[in-house]
Design a protein. Structure first.
Length: 159
């Protein structure tokens, strides 16, 4: 029986990424023409690690930085989201085995519009708790939760 990879192993497995390719014709209606970067999991994790306490970022902010880094028109939203999810689970996995280890502060990476990510470890409740512990205020927004004035706390990756 094949053993499943740990979250850390998934994070380390680059699968020959990153790679930049032409935006497929079937996607040009949505994304336009140009190039698309598919980042490596570690690249996403490294950006998430840079966000300091009190600051936030979004998946779209990560995508913009990665597209710029690779001189691509856009960065793939699907793989970036998946790799942020892997990074979050890898952080929790490390925390469970080494409680004093410095882990990726995944809870500081939000969805578009400052929304919390229900797919992170512990769901919205854990992300909410961790963000509130850092001084952020959270409010319900429909079926979701949102950081109040999240745009004012965005981390500037260019600084």
């Amino acid at each position: 029986m094949k053993q499943r990879k740990s979250w850390r192993e998934k994070l380390e497995d680059s699968k020959d990424l990153p790679k930049v390719e032409t935006i497929p014709e079937r996607m040009t209606a949505k994304w336009g023409q140009g190039t698309l970067v598919i980042p490596a999991p570690k690249e996403v994790d490294e950006l998430m690690r840079r966000v300091p306490k009190g600051k936030l970022t979004t998946i779209n902010e990560l995508r913009a930085v990665l597209a710029g880094k690779h001189r691509a028109t856009i960065c793939c939203p699907i793989t970036t989201g998946i790799f942020a999810w892997i990074s979050a689970h890898a952080a929790e996995e490390l925390s469970a085995t080494k409680p004093k280890a410095r882990i990726t502060p995944y809870w500081r990476t939000l969805k578009t519009g400052g929304l919390l990510n229900e797919k992170y470890p512990g769901g919205v409740a854990q992300q909410k708790r961790l963000l509130e512990a850092e001084g952020h205020r959270i409010r319900p927004k429909g079926k979701h939760y949102q950081v109040i004035d999240s745009d004012r706390s965005l981390f500037d990756f260019s600084a």
